[in-house]
Design a protein around this ligand. Structure first.
Ligand SMILES: *Cc1c(COP(=O)(O)O)cnc(C)c1O
Length: 232
C-alpha cells in the first residue's frame, strides 16, 4: 500500500469482503473517511478517488478545512464530542453529528440549525462497555433519549453510534456491536424511523459489519497513522 488512493481502494475491498462473508450487500455499508489531523489536501485526494463523506473530531480544525474545500461537494460528519459552546458552529457547518448523548445538545443543534440547510442528521452515541470516562448514553437510556430527540424540528434522528474499547479479542468487540444493533431494533420497534448504525473503525470494521453496521468510520487505514496525542 503506497499511497492514499491505494489505501482507500483497499478499505473498500475490505468492506466488500466483509459484506460477502456475512451475506450482506456492499451497498448497505457506507464508508466515512475520518480525516482528523490530516490536511485539506488529503481530503481533496480522497475526493478525487470518489470519497464524499468525511469525519472530523475537532470542530475548529474541521471548519477551517471545510473553508478550503468549499468548491467540492463533500459531506461532513462530526464524530467528536460537542460541547454546548461549540454547538452553533456544528449546527452551521456539518451535515451529520454522530456523538449526541444528551437531550440538551440535540435541542441546541435543532435550535441553531440554519433554516436554509437540510435538517442536521444525528446519531446517538451509546456507551456499551461503560468506560467511566467515555461519552455516550447508557444503553438503558438510549430509547428514551431517541424518543425525545425524534420530535425536534431541525434535526433528523438517523441511528446509533458506538466506540468500543480497543478490543483484546474480536469476540468482545462483536458483543458490543451486537448490543447496539439490538438497541436500534428496539428503537425501530418503538416506531422510530432510524436506519443507521455507525460502528467500526480501521481495526474492527469486519466485526462491525458482521454485527450489522451501516457506516464504518475509517481513519488510519486510509490516511495513515496519526500522532498519538490525537487518539480519542
Ligand atoms: C479517530 C476516530 C475514528 C477512526 O479511527 P481509525 O482507527 O483511525 O480508523 C473513528 N471514529 C471515531 C469516533 C474517531 O475518533
Amino acid at each position: 500500500m503506497t499511497n492514499l488512493t491505494d489505501r482507500l481502494a483497499f478499505v473498500r475491498l475490505r468492506i466488500e469482503a466483509a459484506c460477502q462473508a456475512c451475506g450482506r450487500a456492499p451497498s448497505e455499508v457506507s464508508l466515512l473517511a475520518v480525516s482528523k489531523t490530516f490536511p485539506a489536501s488529503d481530503v481533496a485526494l480522497a475526493h478525487a478517488a470518489g470519497q464524499i463523506a468525511f469525519g472530523e473530531n475537532y470542530i475548529q480544525e474541521a471548519v477551517e478545512k471545510m473553508a478550503g474545500l468549499r468548491h467540492l461537494p463533500l459531506q461532513w460528519h462530526c464524530i467528536g464530542p460537542v460541547q454546548s459552546n461549540k454547538s452553533r458552529l456544528v449546527a452551521e457547518h456539518f451535515d451529520w453529528v454522530h456523538t449526541v448523548d444528551r437531550l440538551k445538545i440535540a435541542q441546541r443543534l435543532s435550535d441553531q440549525r440554519p433554516a436554509h440547510l437540510a435538517p442536521l442528521q444525528l446519531c446517538i452515541q451509546v456507551n456499551v462497555d461503560a468506560g467511566a470516562n467515555k461519552s455516550g448514553v447508557a444503553p438503558e437510556e438510549a430509547l428514551a433519549l431517541a424518543q425525545a430527540i425524534s420530535v425536534l424540528p431541525r434535526v433528523c434522528l438517523r441511528g446509533l453510534m458506538c466506540i468500543p474499547e480497543p478490543a483484546e479479542n474480536e469476540e468482545r468487540a462483536r458483543k458490543v456491536f451486537a448490543r447496539v444493533t439490538d438497541l436500534l431494533g428496539a428503537c425501530q420497534r418503538a416506531g422510530l424511523a432510524m436506519d443507521t448504525l455507525s460502528m467500526g473503525m480501521s481495526e474492527d470494521l469486519e466485526s462491525a459489519i458482521a454485527a450489522g453496521s451501516t457506516m464504518v468510520r475509517v481513519g488510519s487505514a486510509i490516511f495513515g497513522a496519526r500522532a498519538r496525542r490525537q487518539a480519542l
